[in-house]
Design a protein around this ligand. Sequence first.
Ligand code: PA5
Length: 449
Amino acid sequence: MINLKLSLSKAEQWVSQNEIDALFPSVRLASKKVYEKSGAGNGFLGWVDLPCTISEELLARLETDAAKIINQSDIVVVCGIGGSYLGARAVIDALSNPFGALLDKKTRKAPIVVYAGHHLNAEYHAKLLQLLDTVNYSLIVISKSGTTTEPAVAFRLLKKHIEKKYGTTQAAERIYAITDASKGALKKLATANGYTTYVIPDDVGGRYSVLTPVGLLPIAASGLNIRELVAGASRMEEFLKNYENPAENPAAMYAIARNILYHKGKTTEILAGYNPSISFLIEWWKQLYGESEGKDQKGIFPAGVNFTTDLHSLGQYIQEGLRNIFETVLTTANQDQNLTIPHSKDDLDGLNYIAGQEIASVNQKAKIGTMLAHVDGGVPNLEITIPELNEGNLGELIYFFEMGCALSGYLLGVNPFDQPGVEAYKVNMFALLQKPGFEKETEQILKRL
Ligand code: PA5
């Protein structure tokens, strides 16, 4: 059985049982395309049976390398972008102490994870290199293509830094490269320099790759339990596979509800959390759904909010702005629920009426109140609940979202596994940088400036 629950009860006004039933044949077909690998983008369905087929050998190797990284590093730098970055960060941020970086390593028990190559900001990378002068670190560089500009630029800087700091031989022992099996510049570089390497399977695209070494090595190096993460994802894989009836299959029901809402003009979905630790889980979800569905002039725009923080900023828009939105509330129960609101003798702030109550329970009331207010304001609310934020439940959630995304994409009639639109900015950037091979584009773009 799975722990994750999906509720459509606060979207009933917009999503009727008849409309749901009418989509059952289409979602069954979408599901068939996923499992039989017969739909668009079928070369990228390796993620479907990934959790249940991860080998003991790979898990053990990841754990051994992670233990080495933990042992020799105060910091581990994870260099990658998009699907080669967001999944690891989503899990690490969700499950790590938000103030862990301020604790000493003995208390923390694992290195602090910092990120590079996920943008091109010079100041950020300069400050990172300054920090790395003062600490022991290891480097995990991740790029499936091995040619993505942002991580390639950052890796040049980091390679130079780590080799200067430790010497070429020792540096090579601190660098872990995760890339394509055979092609790409990173593969060549890793082979030439003798780095430890891991392979990203050919049939797993970037945004579906968190349960490959792309996510698993950084997650293990941050001290988290990757076996439980994989076990949770396997639980969801098995469950969804066995529940062919869409009514009992939460990924199918999520895809159906999204599709009905989209066709009623609800073209923006806001994933809302009530726990700041899941901010990057929301970022990961945004990439998964945005890159998978936003094409052919179609697709739900994925947005994210952190409540109650954003109730004091975007809350106004959600309550009363353009009615083209729906929300999916991601509820994660707190593990430490024993923090209660203190009693005050003078009650100057007027809070004694909730003195003695757990903060988690106040947060819960804020959530229910907000959901009802937003529904009253014309915003359908879906709710996904996991009972506790831990590796196993996150594994379930990740696989649920991946399957929900694939089914949604097929229901929408797009290929959920490509991202042709990502190339447009690259072509312009290469033209402006006068990359060899882009001479014609350079000539054309310069005329536009
Ligand atoms: O999901 C995707 O495919 C993209 O977001 C890629 O992960 C991202 O562009 C990074 O690509 P690469 O791993 O080839 O450097």
